[in-house]
Design a protein around this ligand. Structure first.
Ligand SMILES: [Zn+2]
Length: 506
């Protein structure tokens, strides 16, 4: 069976959308998981965009050896040079350069003629090619580009050395049949099309990103660009898990395959949602909490008799863990390490010590420790902030609230090593704690989102809090987990403040 190349853009298109930003360590963690998932290519970022992006791409290129690592660059010399600078340390570097080809973009955004764009595309591909043999060219807004002009640009890009040609539905405008036709048109009208792999990159504005990608695959596209949980600009990108599981579940129809290790899908999805603090909707295909639960009596009855009656794929095929209950108070370091390994976390001795201490604290408060609890510990203790020392630390928190008292918080913190203590009031205990922390730190950030989820069932469950803050165009998400949700909230808020301080270099 012919193979479809899976190009993951979780760390580029996904990460750049509001609320999904990750720090370098988090990106590297996701990249390592993507390597286990065995995607063909990881698009690691857009190095010219910022110093942070550059560093993250370089780190990923340095550490990821099984997958190709791609860096994005506009069709500009300085972008391409910067992209190369970031990925040249890698084993399999790819430069992905792009320029818009639709008349809308030419007229209103680029202010260039079609001839000028064609020339820039060719120059960009040649420059990238002088650095690496693996060059991808994207004709941005392809689906609103004049077809014959698109053919001309694609042919010129291949002549200049592009080995992958990407056809993005940048604005999520295409309809599956129409998009498939476009791919066929390119195959029939570009003389040298066989010298490159045709790729597609679909956005989900009309909810058709996966359908469009699959329609293109049927007409000869051999690379699909996609993201875990379908994250990305606006309504997101084609979801990797949906594309991969469609091809796998319906191989009788597609007669195609991918190299993705599908039983790593679930943990990859969990990792991305935990790191970004954005939960997957319960009815999301493949990875949503309800994706494999059958509620209707008729369905349940059928399933009990024979799984195939209502189950087109098994939860095991995407790696949903079989037993939820894992560890308790008496579990030792070894058991913890084993279980974390199963969940996809390989820890150094030092990291295991930190995780084990936190695990023991939690086991004292909570009888049963579930996988979700362990994941929360990992995100909070091991992957939460850059390795740089934290500017803000919570030392003590005391909150009084109830039906007759005005909610009051007393907070003791350490700021750059100096202890500070304050008290304040609020509308509720969380509000009181946040206002007091804001007073102590003097933060000017705006709270965009506050959410609490219980990690597992039961009133002794850990509350998992996400706090999203904005300051000077930087948006960060902080996390905190604790059996006491007020404390979890304060931890999440301070975690977010530390991230902001890091970004704003305070
Ligand atoms: Zn995109």
């Amino acid at each position: 069976m012919e193979k479809i190349v899976i190009f993951d853009t979780t760390l580029r298109d996904g990460e750049q959308s509001p609320g999904f930003s990750m720090n370098i360590q988090e990106k590297l963690q996701v990249a390592r998981q993507l390597e286990k998932l065995n995607v063909d290519i990881i698009e690691a970022g857009f190095p010219i965009a910022s110093e942070g992006d550059f560093e993250a791409v370089r780190e990923i290129a340095k550490h990821i050896t099984k997958c190709k690592v791609a860096a994005l660059a506009r069709a500009e010399a300085k972008d391409i040079d910067r992209a190369w600078e970031a990925i040249k340390v890698g084993k399999n570097p790819r430069i992905h350069t792009f320029i818009s080809t639709s008349d809308f973009h030419l007229k209103y955004q680029l202010h260039l003629s079609r001839e000028e764009v064609l020339k820039k595309a060719v120059e960009a591909v040649k420059r990238a090619k002088s650095y690496t043999p693996d060059v991808e060219f994207s004709a941005m807004d392809s689906t609103r580009t004049d077809r014959d002009y698109l053919c001309e640009v694609v042919e010129a890009a291949i002549d200049a050395g592009a080995t992958t040609i990407n056809i993005p539905d940048t604005v999520g405008y295409a309809i599956p049949q129409e998009f498939g036709d476009l791919i066929q048109y390119l195959r029939e009208n570009v003389a040298n099309i066989d010298k490159a792999i045709l790729s597609v990159h679909c956005h989900n504005d009309l909810g058709l990103a996966v359908a469009n990608s699959l329609s293109a695959v049927l007409k000869g596209a051999r690379q699909v660009e996609c993201a875990i949980n379908g994250i990305g600009e606006r309504a997101g990108n084609a979801s990797l898990e949906e594309v991969v599981m469609s091809i796998r579940t319906r191989k009788d129809f597609f007669h195609l395959t991918t190299q993705v290790v599908t039983d790593q899908i679930y943990s990859t999805s969990r990792l991305v949602s935990r790191i970004t603090g954005v939960n997957v909707q319960p009815n999301k295909a493949i990875v949503g909490a309800n994706a494999f639960s059958h509620e209707s009596g008729i369905h349940q009855d059928g399933l009990l008799k024979e799984k195939i009656t209502y189950e087109i794929m098994t939860p095991e095929s995407i790696g949903i863990p079989q037993s939820a209950l894992v560890l308790g108070k008496h579990s030792g370091r070894h058991a913890l390490r084993d279980r974390l390994k199963k969940l996809g976390f390989e820890l150094s001795e030092e990291e295991l010590n930190v995780a084990f201490k936190r695990f023991k604290d939690l086991a004292d408060k909570k009888k049963e420790i579930f996988d979700e609890d362990l994941e929360a510990i990992m995100t909070e203790e091991i992957y939460r902030v850059p390795r740089a020392p934290e500017k803000y630390k919570l030392i003590n928190l005391n909150v009084a609230s109830g039906t007759v008292t005005i909610p009051t918080a007393t907070v003791e913190m350490e700021i750059d090593g100096k202890k500070v203590k304050e008290a304040g009031f609020g509308d509720g205990p969380v509000d009181a704690a946040f206002k007091t922390i804001a007073k102590i730190t003097g933060t000017k950030s705006k709270l965009l989102k506050y959410s609490v989820n219980s990690i597992t069932g039961g009133t002794d469950a850990q509350g998992e809090v996400s706090v999203r803050l904005e300051e000077n165009d930087h948006i960060v998400t902080g996390h905190g987990a604790h059996t006491d949700i007020i404390l979890a909230s304060a931890k999440a808020y301070i975690n977010a403040l530390n991230r902001l301080a890091y970004l704003l270099k305070r």
